[in-house]
Unconditional design. Structure first.
Ligand code: FMN
Length: 153
């Protein structure tokens, strides 16, 4: 597999969660996520609030990418995390391609290609630590677990 520190790569450097469905593509910045092993498969997990435009697209396809960029792209990632694909065609800002339903970015230094295995919704009744509720305004994340089916470096 790959050398991958999720605390650094996802938590500090951030990533783009990209999907393409029914002829439309979009991507959004994520900094909460996981990478590891589940059901004997290499996986990544993302947490997407239902209010995100990307959420609607990710419901329509089982494929997605998690893309990592050189640090000089941080401003661009900030833009992808501030502006919604509902309001602007964000993808105009980054050279990209869609092949077989998989959205990739030419400037990404690492791309994890995922195939959806499982989803569930964060249930506040299960918050053991009640302070977690402060992260939400009734917009509990949908948790998507993707099997990593390809790695592009
Ligand atoms: C650093 C950073 C990390 C983010 N992480 C997440 C995340 O893990 N999950 C989420 O739902 N939104 C996250 N967001 C917010 C979305 O990226 C943001 O709402 C984005 O505009 C949604 O785009 P969309 O409406 O085109 O899908 C993050 C934003 C930033 C700036």
């Amino acid at each position: 597999m790959i050398e991958f520190d999720p605390f650094k790569k996802i938590g500090e450097e951030w990533a783009l969660f990209g999907v393409s469905a029914e002829g439309e593509s979009n991507a959004m910045t994520v900094s909460w996520g996981e990478a590891g092993v589940l059901w004997n498969k290499p996986i990544f997990t993302v947490f997407i609030r239902p209010t995100r435009y990307t959420y609607g697209l990710s419901e329509k396809t089982d494929l997605a990418t998690l893309s990592f960029f050189p640090q000089e792209y941080k401003k661009t990632l900030s833009y992808f995390g501030r502006v919604s694909g509902r309001d602007e065609n964000k993808l105009e800002k980054l050279s990209h391609r869609t092949e077989n339903g998989i959205l990739t970015f030419d400037s990404a230094k690492l791309t994890l290609v995922g195939k959806k295995l499982y989803y569930t919704d964060i249930d506040p009744r299960n918050f053991v630590d009640p302070t977690l509720e402060s992260n939400y305004d009734n917009d509990y994340h949908r948790v998507y677990v993707y099997e990593i089916i390809d790695v592009k470096e």
